[in-house]
Design a protein around this ligand. Sequence first.
Ligand code: SDX
Length: 393
Amino acid sequence: NTGRFTFDPGFTSTAACESKITYIDGDVGTLLYRGYAIDELAEKSNFLEVAHLLLNGNLPTASEYQAFSNNITRHTMIHEQLAQFYRGFRRDAHPMAIMCGIVGAMAAFYHDSTDIHDPHQRMVASHRLIAKMPTLAAMAYKYSIGQPFVYPDNSLSFAGNFLNMTFSVPAEKYIIDPVVEDAMEKLLILQADHEQNASTSTVRLAGSSGANPFACISAGIACLWGPAHGGANEAALDMLREIGRPERIPEYIARAKNKDDPFRLMGFGHRVYKNYDPRAKVMAKVAKNILDKLNIDDPIFDVARELERIALSDPYFIDKKLYPNVDFYSGVVMSAIGFPTSMFTVLFAISRTVGWIAQWTEMMEDPEQKIGRPRQLYTGPTERDYVPLAARG
Ligand code: SDX
């Protein structure tokens, strides 16, 4: 008797989560938001329109779009006392550490939108979270560099408002370059939802216990932070900077293939995509476009392109079906816009808040939903008697 329980053939893994929101075919590299292809949305839509699509199931009419964007816009400011929280953090705190705390703390302020059984309160909480994430994120950045917070300007687009709160200073107006604003919109669209990824599953699991939406999104932010997930965009750019020159790429490819080396190519591989991540294809074009239009000569982009070329012709990566994912080029875009790597996953969180909220709402509207309870296969010792300390030798 190995002490292992016999495997109960009746044991079945937790049934897959049902959802109408996002479809991925990892073998062919397809990603649809409510049936619309990600590359078409990135090309033709804007983030608030995609947010409406993910939340409500359809592209909005003109009046629906106006009403939705007004609803989001009127929630961009935060309670002044919430701003006091920032002064409790060290200046060198990672912005994701601040976001975990400050978003959870929203539950201590917005008591009129924490009743998860009230559809109206769920909608208000959703609009508050989508609207306030850019404000809170920009404040985390400003705090880290010792600059004053900049209030939202509701005359600007969602992306433009975030850029202005992040980069403008009282002494100098920030001119929103349309090339930068367009790149920001595409970044937000491409990362908005992605089916049942780790952070979305975290939000769903937290929500299944009846936790309030602010706590659930804070849990999602914590999970997204991990370098195997959303934190990969920061790690990928750090990796590209460490490689520095194309001639150093073979050394890193060799390390990625060495089973005894924990190093992995950041921004490569995926739990679902066994083909090219369609978001990475669009992100590569956005990166080239912004670098060309802003005349930025960033050697990192050349390193990324050469790394991709070498890896995709290497039998190891071909056999294991490892391709660039959304995080491989996104850092080049965010760096070109002017963000430090510490803000990369925060931007991912701003975008993914829409997907988290859409998935959470879908679950909360399901009358059959129960608390999540992942099953386990027990492989520990069978039952045994207690041995007094004196008799343990
Ligand atoms: C995101 O789930 C989502 O949808 C996530 C996301 C979203 O939008 O929410 O798409 C966002 O998180 C994208 C992934 C970002 N993470 C990274 O770029 C980190 C680097 N990638 C790896 O850590 C890895 O690819 C994972 C974590 C993404 C997936 O890991 P798995 O599940 O182990 O991948 P796998 O089963 O396909 O691996 C197959 C083999 C394994 O080797 P063997 O065990 O077969 O010997 O390929 C190896 C892996 O060790 N491998 C890599 C590798 N990724 C997998 N080897 C080198 N470099 C890599 N990046």
